[in-house]
Design a protein around this ligand. Sequence first.
Ligand code: F7E
Length: 326
Amino acid sequence: MKTAIVTGITGQDGSFLAELLLEKQYKVIGLVRRSSMEDKKFFNIEHLLNNKNFILENGDLTDSSSIWRLVQKYKPEEFYNLAAQSHVGASFTSPESTFEINSTGVLNCLESIRNINPQTRFYQASTSEMFGDNMNAPQSETSIFSPVSPYACGKLAAHSLVVNYRKAYGLFACSGILFNHESERRGEQFVTRKITKAAARIKLGLQKELRLGNLDAKRDWGYAKEYVEAMWLMLQRDTPDDYVIGTGKTYTISDFITCVSEIAGYNLMDYVIVDESFKRPSEVPLLQANPAKARNILKWNPKTDLKELAKIMYQYDLEKEKKYVK
Ligand code: F7E
């Protein structure tokens, strides 16, 4: 039985990846950080807590001793680093902690593997945000990085470290440059989930308006459940490498609102108020993946289109919000 450590286990990607690995008969060790929201923390992984191959360990990415201890204890075949301060907007108000988690945290993982168990295969959650204001789309593994947020700068530092540890020490370390990926488990502060949740609440008479920032930014949105499969595929190859993962299609925030409106059966745009406070000091205007390398080498193909994705998320939120109707 293979063992995999997964950081960020309580999040959208961590929970989908844990399900995939358990299905493949792995022992999954999830790293959990203490938080003041103890009751809400396990929402995405509640259904896995009784699985004997699913083990949670306390620790923190920025506390190197907790990472070293885990690698020492389990000597895993695979290590997936999905933990991060992942909200781009929040990185402008908490730049230092964001940068530390997103870069030094990755260094801690790489150093622990290099020193304790160099056979461990490492996956790093890189991001399309690294392309920043590079408007040459679609973006591939060879496109120029031009980050425009503390979030993306930290992620680019981590991305470079992965390349460096691969070249310098021969570690089997890969980065998945994932474009936006969403689901019914997406955090409610991210724009797609904020929209589907509000659409459901407005439909049910629980909310009167939806306040958003920039509606013109273009994103390449896919279904997160399919993206975790790409992570696993990268670590099954003979050689480590970096891969762009996305759909190849791009839409504005307004397009997503139109899509949700069609599913919900009313014009959600009538309820949208543009609120300057949700705009960022600098914005990534256009993201569109060129996933040809992943398609050719990993044989990975996205299946869920934007309409289906919006439907999954809206219907989930509609059911969830119904319990608040008096
Ligand atoms: O914003 C605009 C916002 O926060 C998408 C993370 O997973 O994907 C994600 O980063 C767009 C931006 O995602 C609101 O300005 C308008 O242009 O959903 P988001 P993101 O910033 O693209 C990448 C790949 C990651 O790696 C990140 O970790 O939507 N927008 N109005 C808004 N965004 C938010 N959050 N809230 C608004 O009210």
